[in-house]
Write a protein that binds this ligand. Structure first.
Ligand code: HEC
Ligand code: HEC
Ligand code: HEC
Length: 332
């Protein structure tokens, strides 16, 4: 640039340059206030006067489930077309496409949790690209491979496989392959970090469900209400940090499960079935560390209990499990 810029004109240029950005944000915020907050709340948490009569209630944008489910595209589609059968109507006659995109950005930036889903989806992408051809979408082995390969791919979901494999061994097998089998080594095609990512994906997706089965099978072996073994450690050799866990619990779980663990958090009133009361004798008999970890990771279908593995990494899952175990379950 050849011309001189005096301090004053510099300030003017800066103001002009930043104006459109600020204006868009202010604009989107104002639109949100005008059109959306009446139902979704000023804080985006779905807590508004309108909430009580509405089935389903307005979406809480701050929840982990929203973080997982609501992509930019899905938010825009919801604003544009509404959600049939709910109070969420279509706004396309009142808002332009640009405004819709801006409100969507606004919701994502102001209200939504960051997620660790990127690494989970990286794992699922690697698996789909390189592993599912033999191991199948369900981890039990693709049909052609189970009949056509000798030995066949392992069935990740079987108890037998899980007894045999641990994370270290899996990383080694995926890196270097298994002699005399169709399982070749991937060390030249995947980085060490990618190998760990896909192994964790396999463990989380196909293998942890049956660690829960193993826990419940163990406890039903004796009598129906036998106490679970409370000395069982967390899965995958994890050590939970209950101090970290306490912070995670207070910001993510206490709204439903209550600060004292009694299942009577402020949101519990609106929810059916009710959040679990960790102080109840049945919880104290059943929820050992691995059971907690597994329930928290997988959530519970058809209830409001989200699958936290989509939001927390494993260490965080271990931390919050450890906190609940020490604070509410153990030695009471
Ligand atoms: C009259 C109340 C009401 C108003 C006003 C309203 N919503 Fe909703 N909204 C709802 C309800 C109820 C749902 C839940 C639908 C469901 O759970 O399937 C919802 C769901 C959503 C979802 C999630 C859709 C999905 O795919 O799950 C988004 C995003 C959304 N609203 C954005 C907005 C935006 C942006 C505005 C303002 C332009 C707005 N809403 C105005 C009631 C409202
Ligand atoms: C061409 C088919 C094929 C592909 C592709 C393949 N596998 Fe395998 N995999 C097998 C077979 C066959 C076995 C059984 C080997 C055995 O019995 O020792 C196996 C075994 C394994 C095991 C258990 C090894 C052990 O220590 O017993 C793991 C873990 C594994 N595969 C992960 C993966 C991952 C992750 C990928 C993708 C990066 C992948 N596999 C790609 C065929 C395949
Ligand atoms: C939106 C409300 C809500 C939030 C937030 C929530 N939960 Fe839950 N939770 C529930 C409900 C509902 C159930 C299921 C009760 C049932 O099925 O009887 C449940 C069940 C559970 C169970 C017991 C599962 C069982 O049936 O034995 C555990 C453990 C648990 N939640 C842990 C957590 C942790 C840890 C967090 C935070 C990271 C959390 N929950 C956040 C609503 C919630």
């Amino acid at each position: 640039m050849k011309y001189f810029i005096f301090p004053l004109s510099l300030a003017v240029i800066a103001a002009v340059l930043t104006l459109p950005v600020n204006a868009a944000e202010v604009d989107a915020g104002a639109l949100y206030q005008d059109y959306c907050s009446v139902c979704h709340g000023d804080k985006g948490d779905g807590q508004s006067h309108a909430t009580q009569g509405m089935v389903p209630p307005p979406r809480n944008f701050t929840s982990p489930q929203s973080a997982v489910e609501l992509s930019h595209e899905r938010i825009m589609a919801a604003i544009k077309n509404g959600v049939p059968g709910t109070a969420m109507s279509s706004w396309k006659s009142r808002l332009s496409d640009t405004q819709i995109a801006e409100i969507s950005n606004f919701i994502q930036q102001k209200f939504m949790l960051p997620t660790t889903v990127t690494s989970a989806s990286e794992g699922s992408r690697i698996y789909a690209d390189f592993c599912s051809v033999c191991h199948g979408d369900t981890g039990k082995g693709a049909v052609w491979a189970t009949s056509g390969l000798n030995p066949p791919p392992v069935d990740f979901s079987s108890a037998e496989t899980q007894a045999k494999l641990d994370r270290q061994r899996m990383i080694k097998s995926v890196s270097f392959g298994r002699a005399e089998t169709a399982m070749t080594g991937w060390e030249h095609r995947l980085s060490p970090a990618q190998i760990e990512t896909v192994v964790d994906y396999v463990i989380n997706t196909f293998m942890s469900a049956s660690s829960a089965k193993m826990v419940s099978a163990d406890s039903s072996k004796d009598s129906a209400n036998a106490r679970a073994d409370m000395s069982q450690p967390l899965p995958f050799g994890l050590q939970g940090d209950s101090i970290n866990g306490a912070a995670l619990y207070m910001s993510n779980c206490s709204a439903c499960h209550g600060a004292s663990g009694d299942g009577r958090g402020p949101r519990a009133y609106f929810i059916n079935p009710k959040p679990r009361n960790f102080l109840h004798t049945s919880s104290r008999a059943a929820l050992n560390r691995p059971a907690l970890y597994d329930f928290i990771a997988k959530g519970k279908l058809r209830t409001e209990m989200p699958a936290w593995e989509k939001v927390f990494d494993r260490q965080q899952l271990a931390d919050v499990s450890e906190y609940i175990f020490q604070q509410y379950i153990q030695d009471h």
